[in-house]
Design a protein around this ligand. Structure first.
Ligand code: PTR
Ligand code: PTR
Length: 311
């Protein structure tokens, strides 16, 4: 971590921004054919945020009369730290994809959903209301009946316990829905503290969920993927996952590599991390985390460390 602080101080904000610019200029390493198919275009929230064919999540075919494009959803598998498919990064569901979204959650055995946007921000719809907000309410989405059984309020997030009922098979499952409300509409949080607390909460919940699965889970160790989404599923989603990966690595072997983490992530979910402040935030949040955990003494930042446009 000390090396990381030296690195950030030496490069200054401007150098880190340039590092991000270089990553951003690299062309995506794959095709977007499925996202571009005519019948799938309406399933993309943003026409410029598509998902790579190689890592896309395929919905299982439900019946013979569905055509070959019906397995499409704008969602990508992403690896975590030493875990393949630790996350599914996806866009904020659209009303016409609510059913597909819940189908994906069911098929991939997802137990935790992390939402890092609000439904409406600055008067613009960022994500559809795809889950019942109030306790006791139930809604039907596609083949699924989704019931909100209990809501817990925290300062920076809201945790809804949802019950998912598969009307085709008659099975039920519990899913935790985390709504993080403190991410500013534009830019990044000043302090990472609330985000770090949030991540901690999600981690603990994931461990408990994996334990509860026991031998019914036959996939990779670490359990089913966590669904992470914002509006487009690249900016805040990429930032949250990058931070999670970097901190897991820091805890394990004591080092971090933001640059490689983001480059690798972009091979699975193109355009992950949308702005340079989100990229810079990953660095400062790791430093804040190390300070918090006593792995690092408080860092003094001089004005020149934080300048962006001086030589
Ligand atoms: N890329 C946008 C533009 O070209 O105007 C800027 C932008 C970025 C707008 C993110 C909205 C954004 O949304 P969110 O608050 O969901 O990250
Ligand atoms: N075309 C949109 C824009 O640039 O405004 C795409 C977009 C929207 C990209 C939101 C990123 C966005 O942010 P996030 O991934 O954090 O929701």
């Amino acid at each position: 971590v000390h090396e990381l602080v030296d690195y950030v101080k030496r490069k200054k904000k401007k150098g880190i921004y340039q590092e991000y610019e270089e990553i951003r200029k690299e062309p995506p390493g794959g095709t977007f054919d499925y996202s571009k198919k005519l019948s799938n275009q309406i399933k993309n929230r943003y026409s410029d945020v598509l998902c790579l064919d190689q890592s896309r999540v395929r919905l299982c075919q439900l019946s013979d009369d569905e055509d070959e494009t019906s397995d499409y959803i704008n969602a990508s598998f992403m690896d975590g730290y030493k875990r393949s498919n630790a996350y599914i990064a996806t866009q904020g569901p659209l009303p016409k994809t609510f059913g597909d979204f819940w189908r994906m959650v069911w098929e991939q055995m997802v137990l935790i959903i992390v939402m890092t946007t609000r439904v409406v921000e600055r008067g613009r719809v960022k994500c559809g209301q795809y889950w019942p907000l109030e306790e006791g309410r139930a809604e039907q989405h596609g083949y699924f009946l989704v019931r909100n059984t209990h809501v817990q309020l925290f300062q920076d997030f809201k945790l809804s316990h949802l019950e998912l009922y598969n009307t085709q098979s008659g099975e039920r499952r519990e899913v935790c829905h985390y709504l993080y409300v403190s991410w500013p509409d534009f830019g990044v949080p000043k302090s990472a503290s609330a985000m770090l607390d949030f991540r901690e909460h999600v981690l603990q919940r994931r461990e408990a969920a994996v334990q509860s699965l026991g031998s019914t889970w036959t996939g990779p160790p670490g359990g089913p993927p966590v669904v992470v989404h914002c509006s487009a599923g690249i900016g805040r989603t990429g930032t949250f996952c990058t931070l999670d990966i970097c901190l897991s690595r820091l805890e394990d072997i004591g080092t971090i590599d933001v640059r490689q983490t983001v480059r690798r992530m972009r091979t699975q979910r193109a355009f992950s991390i949308q702005t340079w402040d989100q990229y810079y935030f990953c660095y400062t949040a790791v430093i804040e985390y190390a300070q918090r955990n006593g792995k690092l003494s408080p860092v003094q930042w001089s004005d020149s460390d934080l300048e962006t446009d001086s030589e």
